[in-house]
Design a protein. Sequence first.
Length: 404
Amino acid sequence: MRKKLYEGLKVIDATNNYAGPMAGAMLADYGADVIHIEKPVLGDDNRFFPPMIDGISINYCVSNRGKKSLVLDLKDPRGAESFKKLAKDADVILESYRPGVMERLGLDYQAIREINPRIVYCSVSAYGQTGPYADRPGYDVIAQAVSGMMEMTGDPDGAPTKIGTAIGDWVGALNAFGCIGTALYYRERTRRGQHIDIALARSLMWMAAKLDHGITGTAATRTGNHHSNLAPYGIFQGNHGESVVIGALSSNLWTKLCDVMNKPELAEDPRFISNDQRVENKRVLIEMIEEWLRGLDSVNTAVDALMEAGVPCAKIYNMMDIDEDLHYNACGWIADMPMANDMKSVRTRRFPSNPFTFSEIQAAYGVAPNLGENNHEILEQLGLSADEVDAMQGEWEKKANSKK
């Protein structure tokens, strides 16, 4: 049987919400032994992010798949000491506390590297570990706001718009997963660990920021559903709420589009003869294309004809389209993720598989743990007796419940 990529890799996952937990889940997919550190009573916040099935969050099940769960009160010296004992022989630590918190707990990178110089320590936060904004709290939506992502999204005459998905969290998770692999490779070559600083705002700013106003004299902003310098290139409305994306930038593609619309004369129309002229007359062009689409029963008819002619296009998918898509299913882009053992009415969740394919490595999606499921297993290995584990956990539960 082929060995898993990260088999034998010990990961301490002290993260919360989405970005950090998903990075830890992806490490578990490839064989890492991931111990998720959770706070007493409530655990990870995303245990209560809907949809809830049988009282269990299906989002938690996906973002914490394949892990073990250990409840620790890191503010209690016993909890911090247990964390340090785990860290002594760990390979990776993932944490997503606000910068400065782990230092106050005595569990930051500098403290851990004293007992384990080979540690790869990855911090995920809104603004990063240094700089004037480092101690600011933040979530995905904050990162979208300050990165330029919202400024670049929406209609030009409308308000800035939030991306529909938690893009900062997903990109942050991918960055953390990839950077951890890079740091492990570096450690393999040098025997040295290091600290990785992942900032959600930086990740999205890297994607969205267009800083050419010093050159062009014009600040980049949102252009809506159509490109500012290319035409036709955007979203076109059909009937029944359906839409299609069409990109016909070259003269050759524009001529093919005109033929598909049964309007070959438009190919030689001075208003549309070249891209710059099509951009100048974009409003008229858009209306002509949408008039053609409204004359069809479905945009699928347009997509089929455009595809046959070689014009780049795609129907805009809803979630049912994605779920049923022939290509996505044939290529394994969607997986049946196992749900928690206590979720009896639903056993699997249709969910995108990891967004890459290795020829020699395959992901194995595991089951998310119950809160504290591995308390005894892990803490007894650290030298505590079963009675000591129960007593300590009981104290922490009582303390947490008193604060509700």
